[in-house]
Write a protein that binds this ligand. Structure first.
Ligand SMILES: Cc1cc2nc3c(=O)[nH]c(=O)nc-3n(C[C@H](O)[C@H](O)[C@H](O)COP(=O)(O)OP(=O)(O)OC[C@H]3O[C@@H](n4cnc5c(N)ncnc54)[C@H](O)[C@@H]3O)c2cc1C
Ligand SMILES: NC(=O)c1ccc[n+]([C@@H]2O[C@H](COP(=O)([O-])OP(=O)(O)OC[C@H]3O[C@@H](n4cnc5c(N)ncnc54)[C@H](O)[C@@H]3O)[C@@H](O)[C@H]2O)c1
Length: 463
């Protein structure tokens, strides 16, 4: 065994929560090490949110350029250069990696690059370029993230499918991309590749897109994608794949439908990076899917070991992982913040965006909770007309017997930003009338909130 190096704080996996905690604790004077396989700054900036949103922006610009006539601009023969788009994406990623590296350096933490695995409680062996190192921590924080799951579909693994990692680095546009899964990644990248010039077919096993959202959301997204030429095959079960990605593939569903493509992208969910890393030797328990079991303050079953971010079953968003850091920091200082007392917003970066905070109709119907609903089509909002961004709607959910805002969903331009306005009202405990009667600048998209909340009906009187 190599000589053991001891740290006060040992962070295993440098995702959003882990790197933030590590810098914070190092600046506070603790001796801190981060064991990271190679993605400085974690998956968000290297292979996930940042490169996908950067490529999506290139796709959006291409799409807009094709519509220039509508705006009185003559732009003929518009086409996308994927190599330039890819290089722009790589530059944005490189800048953010450099910013993260500078942050690590300034904080004084030790970054140990190499794949790690537990060899005992709070003890990790790391395979670094210069050989194995063994490190321990008084407290260990596991933030290992997840990877694309390649489902057990006959022929899929043999087809050598690409994942988001390869898709975001392509220099040659696939002629026809078959996407397995119509969730976040499938919808975002499916639309982007269509706009970049590829034919795209999304094969989804659920009966509608965005199945966790209200049916009107999935229907509206389906219409938007279909109008752009993205083919969407719903209720596609028991798939079988033949061929190889890059050479030609065929996907068949049980009902006899067949989808051909040049490439296949798998986007059907994620699996935790917990396999083969000795969690049993560390005394850290996992659930049947491999996610680490934690309590409400993110403690694992092993004393002095915590888990944060996706690997701990936290909703798969960077801002949720960041909030795990806040919860752990609070818990370390004796605080009581808990994962059960937070509402996590999210935004799907299709165009127009879809964003949600709090409950939707489907959630409340399932619970049997009565509510009031107000809906507003985007095309009545003056700003949406000036921008020619008329698609989608806003929807607010209000308690049946009080003015409390229970939730907000929006499919429309700037949905992520407008949702944050409603989120602040919810966090501040404001009633919906504050958004109905507040003065918003004209003409902004947020101004639509005045109109939306003016549509809330009066509470029903108890009999
Ligand atoms: C294509 C895509 C787009 C996304 N877009 C968004 C978005 O727009 N907005 C949003 O909020 N979320 C988005 N997400 C989700 C988001 O990326 C994650 O929720 C976020 O990065 C938080 O991850 P994390 O902190 O759990 O861990 P990660 O950031 O995944 O970090 C885990 C780290 O552990 C390291 N690691 C793993 N195993 C080992 C090992 N054995 N030894 C050493 N190191 C190891 C990995 O290299 C990695 O750096 C997207 C995800 C994908 C895949
Ligand atoms: N904008 C964002 O915040 C953003 C963007 C991308 C990813 N993410 C995060 O990453 C997570 C993973 O994304 P994802 O798109 O891989 O997963 P997802 O859970 O969002 O969607 C997976 C989809 O694949 C379908 N599916 C599963 N197995 C299938 C099969 N065998 N055949 C056909 N369809 C199948 C599911 O029904 C589902 O609709 C997301 O849940 C999200 O939390 C967030």
């Amino acid at each position: 065994m190599t000589q053991i190096e001891n740290y006060d704080i040992l962070v295993f996996g440098g995702g959003k929560a882990g790197k933030t905690l590590a810098m914070d604790q190092s600046k506070a004077g603790k001796k801190v090490a981060v064991v990271e396989a190679g993605m400085i700054g974690g998956s968000c900036i290297n292979v996930a949110c940042i490169p996908s949103k950067t490529l999506i922006r290139s796709a959006e610009m291409t799409h807009l350029a094709r519509q220039m006539n509508e705006f009185g601009v003559v732009a003929d023969n518009v086409r996308n250069n994927l190599v330039h788009a890819r290089d722009r994406t790589a530059r944005v990623v490189a800048e953010m990696v450099a910013t993260n590296q500078a942050g690590f350096d300034a904080s004084g933490l030790s970054l140990i690059l190499g794949r790690g695995r537990f060899v005992g409680p709070k003890t990790i062996e790391v395979q670094t370029e210069s050989g194995p190192r063994t490190v321990t921590g008084d407290q260990v924080f596991i933030n290992l993230g997840t990877s694309a799951d390649v489902p057990n579909i006959p022929g899929l693994a043999a087809a050598n499918p690409i994942t988001h990692v390869e898709a975001l680095q392509l220099g040659d546009l696939p002629a026809r991309l078959v996407v397995i899964g119509g969730g976040y990644i499938g919808m975002e990248l499916g639309q982007a590749f269509r706009r970049l010039g590829a034919e795209v077919v999304i094969v989804e096993r659920a009966a509608r897109l965005a199945p966790r959202e209200d049916p009107d959301v999935g229907e509206a997204i389906l219409k938007i994608l279909s109008e752009e030429g993205v083919e969407v095959a719903l209720s596609a079960f028991d798939l079988q794949v033949s061929g190889r990605s890059g050479e030609g593939v065929t996907v068949r569903s049980a009902d006899g439908r067949s989808f051909e493509g040049s490439h296949i992208l798998v986007a059907s969910g994620r699996k935790p990076n917990t396999f083969g890393i000795g969690l049993d030797l560390a005394g850290v328990d996992t659930d049947e899917r491999g996610f680490i079991k934690v309590d409400g303050q993110l403690r694992t079953s092993a004393p002095g070991a915590w888990a944060m971010g996706e690997v701990a079953g936290t909703p798969m968003f960077t801002h949720a992982s960041l909030d795990d850091y806040r919860i752990v920091k609070s818990a370390m200082a004796g605080g009581t913040r808990n994962t059960s007392d937070r509402i996590i917003p999210y935004c799907v970066f299709i165009d127009p965006e879809f964003a949600r905070i709090g409950s939707n109709e489907s959630d409340l119907n399932k619970e049997g909770t009565p509510y009031r609903v107000a809906k507003l089509p985007m095309d009545v909002i003056p700003r949406a007309r000036t921008l020619s961004h008329r698609k989608g709607f806003m929807k607010a959910i209000i308690a049946a017997d009080s003015d409390t805002i229970l939730g907000f969903s929006m499919l429309g331009t700037s949905a992520g930003e407008v949702m944050s306005v409603v989120q602040m009202a919810m966090l501040g405990g404001l009633s919906f009338t504050a958004l109905r009667d507040g003065i918003f600048a004209h003409p902004t998209i947020a101004e639509g909130l005045n109109m939306l909340f003016a549509n809330v009906t009066a509470p029903s009187k108890a009999a």
